[in-house]
Design a protein around this ligand. Structure first.
Ligand SMILES: *[C@@H]1O[C@H](CO)[C@@H](O)[C@H](O)[C@H]1NC(C)=O
Length: 595
């Protein structure tokens, strides 16, 4: 971050006009002294104006500003929440979790799960047709064998053969259940990179610190830790008053159509709309930022669209070409895209603005940035200053705005034949304050102007924009490739009344305060609501609850590249914290009568 900031400052300096001092035409001495006097006067005046300006600012900041709130008040933190009604079980569990025997078993359980490759691929045929789904059978057998208490206590339903639904029925049907989600599938290991792994990708090897392998972190670490938490709760005699539901999809890394998309209607049928107190699925974790530890549960996720542009024009011999071929027309459209990126601005209503307030309240940011954050509540100028500061972090800016990336291009078959078609896919991640319809409309407008220019017909998202009656020199179609577009998620409430957010935050804080890391460092954890740039199975679950969190209580300071690439691994210490977190969350939610 610092690097890119320095660079842009340097670039700005380079662009500064060079002031040339001419020495050849020196003015006579008297004119010179008068000039000097004027200059002094001007500097004096400027100084005063500047001083008055900053004084007014100072006044505005200190006294005229009616927001007397301190920065901390912008991101209040709840007290840590520990089980009270189930105090004895909680103490029993923390005793259990600290034993070497338990830790070794937990490592073995995850290691064994990693050793069953449950890879999914794009565009798989449905379950029952594509033999690659069969890989999930042994994984189901493994879960049944290793978690006997869960299999004898909870109701287990296999949805669409390989998606898993578990129900632990509570004693009080008037209380809303909690839903914990994870996915069984993993992204494939690229055969060309297998030898680049420090440990073989499906070894599940434990090197004393890390558990290695594809899925160790995304998302079997989460799935197995949920299972261990529940198995342990049952073993210690916990009986839920609130129903606990587990929902494990089998193709989150593809498009969810065989897993979560099938689980959601099943759960909806049993429990109904808005039936759950909260839903927690994979997502952000906690890490050190701006000198403090922040847990950033995602309270929303961006929308998604793969816009495919397909250009068609008559083929022929390339010895007598038209002025523009399909490829040429496509290329100019792609240039048009890249020269018109989406404008990203930080709005006060944005979830990410809330994240920034928390960084300002509890992080070690420069004084002037903190000041701008506080002033930005009212002042637009300060809001732009805050935006400029945080947008230097590319990942942060990407969370705020709609993005575009041209990811696929095809076209042409032979060097002496005119290309009859050319196509490209532009991947969009849609900002929370935008919509699928708005992005489709913008793409259509962008392509339309060029379609007119080239005399091509245009059909965009199944609507005729130009044509189809010709004559035209060619045609352009704009479609939702793979038909998997979706709108940005509804935003989970985090206002002071939001009990689900309070309990989640309180559980994060209490789990951290009981950790060894806290005992040695004494560094507190702060909870800041955030946005995830990636997507999860949660998009199928919007109807089930307003309180959706994408959060795994694990540290993101792993020294290994984390997920979707070589050397996926999870630190054992982090994984143990995850187990404790799930147990605490289940008990805390169970005890609360406020959600
Ligand atoms: C558009 O293309 C058709 C077919 O090549 C041609 O007949 C027509 O004159 C073109 N129109 C313009 C405005 O160039």
């Amino acid at each position: 971050m610092a690097g890119s900031g320095e660079k842009s400052e340097r670039d700005a300096l380079l662009l500064e006009p060079v002031v040339e001092v001419s020495t050849s035409t020196r003015a006579p001495r008297r004119t010179r002294s008068r000039k000097l006097l004027y200059s002094c006067g001007a500097i004096y005046l400027l100084f005063h104006i500047f001083w008055a300006e900053s004084f007014l600012h100072f006044l505005h900041g200190r006294w005229l500003d009616h927001t007397t709130e301190s920065l901390e008040a912008l991101c209040p933190q709840p007290e840590g929440i520990v089980p009270v009604k189930h105090k004895d079980i909680a103490e029993d569990l923390s005793g259990l979790y600290s034993t070497q025997e338990f830790k070794q078993d937990a490592i073995k359980l995850l290691s064994g799960a990693v050793q069953i490759p449950t890879e999914v691929y794009d565009h798989m045929s449905p379950v029952g047709q594509d033999p690659r789904w069969l890989a999930f059978g042994p994984f189901h057998d493994y879960l049944a064998e290793k978690f006997p208490l869960i299999y004898s206590t909870l109701k287990v339903t296999k949805v669409n053969t390989y998606a898993l639904l578990y129900e632990w029925i509570g004693s009080d049907a008037s209380l809303k259940p909690i839903l914990l989600a994870a996915h069984q599938d993993v992204v494939p290991v690229d055969p060309l990179t297998v030898d680049k792994w420090v440990q073989p990708p499906y070894s599940g090897f434990f090197d004393g610190e890390y558990i290695w392998g594809r899925g160790a972190s995304d998302d079997k670490g989460s799935l197995i830790s949920i299972m261990i938490a529940i198995e342990s709760l049952i073993a210690k005699g916990f009986k839920p008053s609130r129903t606990v539901v587990l929902s494990f999809g089998c193709d989150e890394e593809a498009d969810g159509s065989n897993g979560a998309a099938k689980l959601a209607p099943e759960i909806l049928k049993i429990y109904g709309e808005d039936a759950f107190a909260m839903l927690v699925d994979e997502g952000n974790g906690y890490s050190e930022k701006y000198g403090a530890i922040f847990a950033v549960p995602a309270i929303a996720e961006k929308g998604y669209l793969n816009a495919k542009i397909e250009v068609r024009s008559p083929g022929g011999h390339s010895s007598t070409p038209p002025e523009h071929t399909s490829i040429g027309v496509l290329a100019s459209m792609l240039v048009q895209y890249e020269s018109h990126p989406f404008k990203t601005t930080l709005e006060r209503s944005a979830a990410t603005y809330h994240t920034i307030q928390c960084f300002g309240a509890h992080g070690d940011l420069p004084r002037d940035v903190k000041k701008s954050i506080r002033r930005s509540l009212k002042s637009d100028r300060a809001l732009r200053e805050v935006q400029d500061y945080f947008f230097k972090v590319k990942e942060f800016k990407a969370q705020v705005g709609t993005t575009q990336a041209i990811d696929v291009i095809t076209g042409g078959v032979k060097a002496n034949a005119l290309p009859e078609s050319a196509s490209a896919i532009i991947n969009h991640r849609i900002a929370l304050d935008s919509s699928l319809a708005a992005v489709e409309e913008r793409d259509t407008a962008l392509v339309k102007s060029l379609a007119i220019h080239y005399n091509f017909s245009l059909n965009a998202f199944e609507e005729d924009i130009i044509g189809p009656e010709g004559p035209f020199d060619g045609s352009i179609t704009l479609t939702d490739a793979f038909k998997m577009a979706f709108d940005p998620a509804p935003i989970t409430p985090t206002d002071p009344e939001a009990q689900a957010y309070r309990i989640l935050s309180g559980t994060i804080i209490a789990t951290h305060e009981a950790s060894d890391a806290y005992k040695t460092s004494g560094k507190p954890i702060y909870v800041a609501p955030g946005v995830s740039t990636g997507n999860t199975d949660t998009r199928f679950y919007w109807k089930l609850t307003k309180n959706i969190f994408r959060y795994n209580h694990k540290s993101y300071t792993s020294k290994w590249p984390d997920i979707h690439t070589i050397n996926e691994a999870i630190r054992a210490g982090s994984y143990f914290e995850l187990i404790k977190f799930w147990s605490n969350l289940i008990m805390n939610v169970d005890e609360s009568d406020e959600i």
